[in-house]
Ligand binder design. Structure first.
Ligand SMILES: Cc1ncc(COP(=O)(O)O)c(C=O)c1O
Length: 422
């Protein structure tokens, strides 16, 4: 029965019961970190071959000795592999270093310092705005905030960002870009619908240098069911006639090794040249040896998808534990809702308004660190204080079981406190 239908007397009794459960939870002295979406060590073990799969004699690639300087845009086979995965042309792909975040930062830097498409650099404007579909990825919001952008929240729906709000917002020439995680969005796990993707592809913002930061970090990261093909927004834009500069990002951080993988950005050839011309000043070339290691290990799009099935086997049970705990313990109480995604690295949890911070702090007192409440909103402020990102991939299953059980207790306790406040 819903807590909302309990008498005050029954609410108090329930509160006393849950409080005891919480005290006993605290006495266990747990120490668990679920704050970030990291792979666990058995996932990292899958890429062991990367430590030994090439030698100097493999380094002549397309008649070029890749041990030397050169090939700023990356080695041919790696550009081709990434192009196959993204569904674009190799000439539209720039392979960078270990982190797609650096490439995103690099695009914003060029926009800010040099200007995109011949426009005034953002740094010389009186101010500019960036659209942040929320709940979303905290590092995205923080990055545009770091460039001094005014962050504008766009509500997320089950199909992606609220496109009516996006289309309205881009009429303002001071609005210079938007963050998107189109497949298995961080943290909701939402996959943008075809209709939403088409509206992005058709978008005609007032600002000529408006950027769609299309971060396809979880493009191949199904953990339930087969790979779901996803449209290539760059060729779609040609058909739909949109005018925004689309930069699509991808990396192997959660396919091979975070921090030692390979990242890339895809864009129209002109937009790609617009940024790589400037990036050429900061480096002569990225780590091409690592690019080759990755080509040898990942082999092809099909083989990459095979590797992702191995990751899925490891992480699916962890998501299942959370979903089952929530269903068993919280379903029907009217105090929470959660997403149950089929891929990506996160689940999104909504408590009763005004309870998220309290839940996260109760968990912390019990020894379990979650992503900070509010982190999924611009400036770390969730206006309703209800969203919590759950990142279940890293701890072992037995810890996940403890964490999921603990979270149900903390959610009940925080909700009962709130209901008893009235
Ligand atoms: C949506 C999204 N983009 C990018 C990253 C980081 O990617 P990289 O390691 O390629 O910088 C993450 C990591 O959690 C993420 O969730």
């Amino acid at each position: 029965m819903e807590y909302g239908l309990y008498s005050r007397e029954d609410l108090k009794k329930e509160y006393e019961k849950v409080l005891k459960e919480y005290e006993s939870l605290k006495s266990k002295g747990l120490k668990l970190d679920m704050s970030r979406g990291k792979p666990c060590s058995s996932q990292l073990d899958l890429g062991e071959e990367l430590f030994s799969n090439i030698s100097g004699k493999d380094c002549i690639v397309d008649n070029f000795d890749i041990r030397n300087y050169g090939l700023l845009e990356g080695i041919g086979p790696c550009r081709k592999l990434m192009a196959d995965v993204l569904g674009v042309k190799p000439s539209q792909v720039f392979v960078g270093g270990n982190a797609s975040l650096s490439l995103m930062y690099g695009v914003l830097t060029v926009a800010y310092v040099n200007g995109l498409r011949g426009c005034m650099p953002w740094g010389k404007l009186d101010g500019f705005k960036f659209l942040c579909p929320a709940p979303g990825y905290d590092r995205h919001f923080a990055m545009s905030g770091d460039f001094g952008a005014e962050l504008v929240t766009i509500p997320m729906t089950d199909e992606g960002p609220d496109m009516d709000a996006v289309e309205e917002a881009v009429k303002d020439p001071a609005v210079k870009g938007i963050w998107c995680v189109p497949k298995y969005s961080n943290p909701t796990g939402v996959i943008y619908s075809d209709a939403v993707i088409e509206r992005f592809a058709a978008l005609k913002p007032a600002a000529e240098d408006f950027v769609i930061m299309w971060d396809n970090a979880y493009l191949v990261h199904e953990f339930r069911g087969d790979y779901k093909p996803f449209p290539d927004i760059i060729s779609l834009q040609e058909k739909m006639g949109g005018t925004a500069a689309i930069y699509e990002f991808f990396s192997t951080s959660k396919i091979t090794l975070p921090g030692a993988g390979v990242s890339c950005v895809a864009a129209s050839e002109d937009d790609l040249k617009g940024i790589s011309a400037h990036w050429g000043y900061q480096t002569i070339s990225y780590d091409k040896i690592n690019q080759l290691r990755h080509v040898k290990y990942l082999k092809s799009r099909e083989h990459m998808l095979e590797i992702m099935k191995k990751h899925a086997e490891i992480i699916r049970p962890k998501f299942d534990i959370f979903v089952k705990s929530f269903e068993d313990e919280l379903e029907g109480l009217g105090i929470a809702s959660w997403t149950n995604p089929e891929g990506g690295y996160f689940m999104s949890f909504d408590s009763m308004p005004g309870c998220a911070k309290r839940i996260v702090s109760l968990m912390k007192e019990a020894g379990i660190v979650l992503t900070g409440a509010g982190a999924t909103y611009p400036h770390g402020i969730d206006p309703e204080d209800k969203n919590i990102r759950i990142a279940p991939t890293m701890p072992p299953e037995e810890d996940i079981r403890l964490a999921a059980g603990a979270m149900c207790i903390c959610v009940k306790l925080a909700s009962l406190e709130k209901l008893l406040e009235k």
